[in-house]
Write a protein that binds this ligand. Structure first.
Ligand code: ADP
Length: 588
């Protein structure tokens, strides 16, 4: 136990002995693993409560920092706020913000580690939640020696991601527990092919930063990706932390069950039941308390918290302390500082009430806040915001094709959305990454349900317009996007004719397998098989890909026409190859 903590305990020993109920506190300490059942038994045998308290403190003095912190946290959990306050000052250094990170070099060390790992920065308007941050750090400390899982769970929009990023923004923690780095991966709701893409990009990121000369080809299946990652984490990134943000599904978690150190955020507390290893959890169950909510409104409106109008308190209450919703309202008030009363009324009117999939969250406040924020956008931007309903495309170059605008113009528009909290930006990444909160996407999908088809259709039309002379092949992010998702948009837009001509074209097959490998193509045929409705042709193409999978992964990339010429002569693949071969000979 640190000297300061020890002296603090000794100073307040009598107060503590007077007031605490050891049995309750010991329950928490046992579940935190800092105290054994035997030790508890010994203390329980003492005759009076006060004797028990004295014995507990005696024991604590002989234990380490973690035990002290666990004791402090259990005081908070049992609502001994004033006692906890006494100990707060001298909490051991890992939990004391200013301690190690006070010097500049330390701060820039933390900055570097976090930005290399893609950990998002603080939101511009930010309030601290020290109790929760400490609890997360405390659990992370358990991963110091051994691999394991820390689950941060709670409602959507309750601030889990922000909290997690804050918890790892700490010099001592990184140095002591994760000197191998901290790697952030945004997951969200996704299917298997998307998961594969995420894992591929993680492997790519990890391999790239090793400065290794030979970048291996991306893993082709989930199993392969898992093995690659296992190797990377074990051999190249020992003692590092992987953060998986917003997990919905235990199949995702299984793909990361590779005996490493993982923190995940989720709404579903029991996800880690399906994986192996040590497990710890932190609940973000309650919203912001009222004062923190007020603080957010004050920061947005540049006022002092005690100078806020009386509606402020009611607004925070209507938002049920949801940081997401309070932020939306705060952003509105920043632009319209006279509308406290108006926005409060909007929040209170529940005329848009809808039945929702999830009952775990009160969506009304979010709906009202979103509706109000969208309302104040200029007409033409409101239309553009609607386009974001279509998942996956929140990237400047892609939006620039979709909206037919210069990248700079796109950036300005997105910035406007960001200013209104209608969109979030991660400015760590170059180019910037933009994303909607899940609940916002949910809202947009709900609101534009009848227009989904035409929204996707717009994406396809704009692509076709822009790439009249053939698909992009540069291999940059934008190119990857189109090659990967064009079929998806066509399918969602119900453009079966377009999908058909694309997927049964040898040119497309060649381009896509060159850029993404054959696995993605095969996956397309399986996924859109029912739409394509041409069993024979589909199996000819699939057959071709599976037979030549190995060659198609080789670099330099083989001549696809040559490969296709060895297909059976009644196959469509052969027919197209032959045409192209004839074309070649005639043009010399
Ligand atoms: P979750 O991961 O639980 O769904 P997030 O962490 O993404 O929620 O938070 C949602 C939004 O709420 C953030 O984008 C931000 O605007 C706001 N928010 C969350 N935590 C804070 C905080 N500590 N201070 C200010 N705003 C916050």
């Amino acid at each position: 136990l640190e000297e300061r903590a020890r002296s603090c305990l000794l100073r307040f020993r009598h107060r503590l002995e007077q007031d605490i109920k050891p049995s309750y506190l010991m329950d928490h300490m046992i579940s935190d693993g800092v105290m054994t059942v035997d030790e508890e038994e010994k203390i329980r045998t003492k005759p009076t409560r006060k004797d028990q308290s004295a014995a507990l403190l005696e024991l604590l003095l002989m234990k380490d920092n973690r035990a002290y912190i666990s004791f402090y946290n259990s005081l908070i959990k049992e609502s001994y706020d004033d006692l906890a306050h006494l100990l707060r000052e001298d909490l051991p250094s890992i939990f004391c913000e200013a301690h190690k990170s006070s010097s500049d070099s330390a701060t820039s060390y933390v900055q570097t580690v976090l930005s290399e790992g893609g950990v998002p920065q603080r939101p511009v308007v930010f309030v601290s939640r020290p109790e929760l941050v400490n609890r997360v750090r405390e659990k992370l400390y358990w991963l110091q020696k051994d691999p394991g899982w820390v689950t941060v769970f709670g409602m959507a929009g309750s601030g889990k991601s922000v909290l997690t990023a804050e918890a790892v923004r700490h010099h001592g923690l990184i140095e002591d527990c994760f000197p191998g780095g901290i790697h952030w991966l945004a997951i969200g709701q996704l299917d298997k092919p998307d998961l594969l893409v995420k894992m591929q990009s993680l492997c790519f990121r990890l391999e790239q930063s090793l400065d290794s000369q030979t970048l291996s080809r991306p893993p082709n299946s989930l199993d392969e990706a898992k093995e690659r990652l296992r190797f990377l984490m074990l051999r190249r990134y020992p003692r590092s932390l992987l953060i998986l943000d917003d997990i919905w599904d235990s199949t995702v978690l299984k793909a990361f069950d590779i005996h490493c150190r993982i923190l995940l955020t989720t709404r579903n507390r029991s996800l880690t039941d399906s994986v192996s290893g040590a497990k710890y959890e932190v609940g973000v169950q309650s919203g912001l308390d009222e004062n923190k909510g007020l603080e957010i409104l004050a920061l947005y409106t540049k006022m002092k918290p005690h100078g806020l109008p009386e509606e402020a308190r009611s607004i925070v209450r209507e938002c049920k302390g949801s940081p997401l919703v309070v932020s939306l309202i705060g952003a509105l008030l920043k632009d319209n500082p006279n509308r406290w009363c108006y926005y409060l009324r909007q929040l209170q009117q529940k005329q848009f009430k809808r039945i929702r999939k999830s009952s775990s969250y009160d969506y009304d406040a979010l709906d009202q806040a979103m509706a109000a924020s969208i309302e104040v956008l200029p007409d033409e931007h409101r239309e553009l915001y609607k386009d974001l309903t279509v998942r996956f495309c929140h990237m400047i170059p892609v939006l620039s094709v979709l909206w037919d605008l210069e990248p700079e113009e796109v950036e300005d528009i997105l910035q406007e959305f960001v200013d209104k909290s209608l969109l979030f930006v991660d400015s760590h990444h170059k180019p910037y990454l933009y994303y909607l909160h899940d609940l916002q996407l949910d809202f947009l999908v709900e609101q534009n349900r009848t227009q989904l088809e035409s929204l996707h259709s717009k994406v396809v039309r704009q692509y076709q317009q822009h790439y009249r002379d053939g698909p992009p092949t540069s291999g940059d992010e934008e190119c990857l996007y189109w090659i990967r998702f064009l079929t998806y948009h066509m399918a969602k837009a119900n453009l079966s004719q377009e999908l058909y001509s694309l997927m049964f074209s040898l040119d497309w097959v060649s381009t896509k397998s060159q850029i993404m490998g054959p696995a993605h193509l095969i996956n397309d045929y399986v996924e859109y098989g029912s739409i394509l409705d041409k069993e024979v042709m589909r199996s000819q193409f699939q057959e071709f890909l599976s037979q030549n999978g190995h060659q198609l992964e080789e670099r330099p990339f083989p001549d696809v026409v040559q490969l296709a010429l060895s297909q059976p002569h009644n196959s469509e693949v052969y027919r197209q190859a032959r045409l192209q071969a004839q074309d070649r000979t005639s043009t010399g």
